[in-house]
Write a protein that binds this ligand. Structure first.
Ligand code: SAM
Length: 228
């Protein structure tokens, strides 16, 4: 069964939301409107990738492509894939190798290219789609290859809400531009992330919690995983 058969309404609306938000997202990233990215998380994900001295990197859910360009500045051969054609068009215009490819293309084996590191920067948003993707990714990597995932820190992101897995809605308050559509995403506790990776062929090598300099709280969590 394909991951797009009978998806939950939330799951199905993730890509629809990103189609609508593509323009606002590209401007927000390129204009540096997200403070935590400027101050902490951009550098943190670049360092996590560079620390593994990769020969080839795939940025999965690359958006408008900033990370591929940043890695190229460090001499790393990287390519980016994303399901949203408008984001891939903008990424390609700015230079580098980019492809319109969805997580479903990887899950179903339509995307076959092998690399030695896969990176997902704030791009694992769904429930079933992400469960299946994380289980499919080892096949794109040689034994020992790395998957690096940066995501919101569950303890910080849950704030006053109950600390349990479930669908949330990004309302975009606090972002620099008007976003036309709310964006659904699936909240996972730290224990759920670890269980997902452990049950999908990954060895958790390291967990990083980069701190926001103003709040002293984690700005994100980074999982450095190795194919078993
Ligand atoms: C929060 S943005 C992050 C973009 C980029 N990684 C960055 O750091 O700026 C999430 C990205 O994940 C992509 N995405 C979400 N679900 C996807 C799917 N099923 N297949 C491909 N891309 C997907 C969206 O299109 C969007 O570009």
């Amino acid at each position: 069964m394909s991951s797009t058969d009978n998806p939950s309404p939330h799951e199905a609306s993730i890509l629809h939301s990103w189609e609508q938000n593509a323009d606002a997202w590209a401007h927000t990233v390129r204009d540096g409107h997200i403070e935590s990215r400027r101050l902490v998380t951009d550098r943190a994900i670049i360092e996590a990738v560079l620390d593994g001295h990769p020969g080839s990197v795939m940025d999965l859910g690359c958006g408008e492509g900033w990370l591929v360009r940043a890695l190229a500045d460090h001499g790393i051969k990287a390519l980016g894939v994303d399901a949203i054609p408008e984001l891939i068009a903008r990424a390609s215009e700015a230079g580098g190798e980019f492809h319109v490819t969805s997580y479903d293309d990887i899950i179903t084996g339509r995307w076959q290219r092998r690399v030695d590191t896969v990176v997902c920067n704030f791009a694992l948003l769904g429930k079933d789609s992400v469960d299946k993707l994380v289980a499919a990714l080892p096949s794109l990597l040689a034994r020992g290859g790395r998957l690096i995932v940066q995501t919101v820190h569950p303890l910080v992101a849950s704030r006053e809400q109950v600390y349990e897995d479930g669908w949330r809605q990004e309302s975009w308050s606090g972002f620099g531009r008007a976003f036309p559509a709310p964006a659904p995403w699936y909240f996972r506790t730290l224990a759920s992330w670890i269980a997902l990776f452990a049950n999908s062929g990954w060895h958790v090598r390291e967990m990083r919690e980069p701190l926001h300099p103003a709040t002293g709280q984690p700005a994100s969590v980074i999982f450095v995983l190795q194919r078993r």
